[in-house]
Design a binder for this molecule. Structure first.
Ligand code: SAM
Length: 362
């Protein structure tokens, strides 16, 4: 597909995709150390002068909303809740016209305390990351003993009306891949919407291994058989692995969700006939690049057309050199025009981006 180069109006790329969904990283720092994301000692964080100020973030989001047709703003990081100005930034973005929908992706720490203020400021909903319900496993996986705080954060978000509360889970082989059914049971019991995300080559340690990745197909199969530590069933057969006897069905009936998927990264299924749903974001095995409507702004003011882009476009430099809104919008359009057709993970020439997920904004 070809498209007319965007010189005014929306963020269109040469394949005709239009970016309406802006992901804004508020910081590259995090208060967890998930083993699949960053090393125990953390990373060389951005220095303060490199970070956009609160006002600079709001200005760039305003340009995106007023001039570039962005209708969805998602704050992320690093951990966005550790940015001191997060509530004020949300309030300023909620005051923009036309008002974008505003969400936030968080590890949930401190969310119970902050949820009412975020809701009052105009936050619409949250995605909370949670990969395990087992406290000891959580402590190993995140290198912090904080499961109870995440669960409190989830409850606090729901109580404050930041709904639907969504949970993001990454499954890793031999680490937590036996927990898919338990995570879904937990989400259903509390009215949260669960999404599993395939692990992507975006870790700081460059340890991602395609062969070890738990695929969307495997996740769905495990949910259908319900095999996990609780039932003791073999994940492939649903049978007792020692006797071969078939165990009482503990799995879920998953049927494709008739709702329009649009540009949503998650494919969703109705659970046991609905209305509850579960989603799988098969970024690697079921890529959705053709429908991608995202543009990204890093905490240091770089526009990225894709999580996996190796190029960035510097808006902070232009902004600090006195660029007006027209000029910032022009640069943003130019950056998006060059968006590649796909992330290319399966291409033999694929290169993992220099920045890890936590520094791009997941
Ligand atoms: N700190 C916030 C949080 O925990 O949600 C926001 C940033 S975090 C990088 C966003 C999401 O990216 C989390 O759900 C995390 O599990 C996920 N993530 C991190 N590294 C990943 C990887 N290599 N592949 C897939 N998802 C990843």
């Amino acid at each position: 597909m070809t498209a007319a180069r965007g010189t005014d109006g929306v963020l269109v790329d040469r394949y005709g995709r239009v970016a309406r969904d802006l992901r804004v990283s508020l910081t590259d720092k995090c208060n967890l150390r998930c083993t699949y994301c960053m090393p125990a000692e953390g990373l060389p964080w951005l220095a303060s002068p490199q970070l956009l100020s609160d006002d600079e973030i709001v200005r760039l989001v305003r340009v995106a909303v007023e001039r570039l047709g962005v209708t969805e703003v998602r704050f992320t990081g690093g951990e966005p809740l550790i940015r001191p100005g997060v509530v004020g930034i949300v309030a300023a973005v909620a005051a923009l016209e036309p008002r974008p929908r505003i969400s936030l992706t968080t590890n949930g720490l401190g969310l119970d305390r902050l949820a009412p203020a975020l809701r009052a400021a105009g936050l619409d909903r949250v995605n909370v990351s949670l990969d395990t319900l087992d406290a000891a496993r959580f402590a190993r996986l995140t290198r912090r003993d904080r499961l109870a705080d995440v669960l409190a954060g989830l409850a606090g978000a729901a109580a404050a009306g930041l709904t639907p509360v969504k949970i993001n889970s990454v499954l890793m082989r031999g680490v937590n891949d036996d927990e898919a059914p338990a995570l879904l049971r937990f989400a259903l019991a509390h009215g949260y919407e669960l999404r599993f995300i395939e692990q992507m080559p975006l870790d700081a340690q460059h340890g991602w291994d395609r062969a070890a990745m738990v695929t969307a197909d495997e996740i769905l199969a495990t949910l259908r058989t319900g095999a996990d530590a609780r039932t003791g069933a073999d994940p492939r057969t649903g049978a007792d692995p020692h006797t071969g006897a078939s165990l009482p069905r503990a799995g879920f009936d998953l049927t494709p969700d008739p709702a329009e998927r649009g540009a949503a990264p998650a494919e969703t299924w109705l659970v046991d006939g609905g209305p509850a749903r579960v989603g799988v974001i098969g970024s690697v095995t079921r890529p959705f690049c053709g429908d991608c409507d995202r543009t990204r702004l890093t905490a240091d003011g770089q526009v990225r057309a894709c999580l996996f882009a190796t190029e960035e476009s510097d808006l902070r430099g232009a902004l600090r050199a006195g660029a007006d809104d027209d000029e910032l919008a022009r640069r943003w359009r130019a950056a998006m025009w060059g968006k590649r057709a796909g992330h290319g993970i399966d291409d033999p020439t694929f290169l993992q981006p220099a920045r890890p997920m936590s520094a791009i904004g997941g």
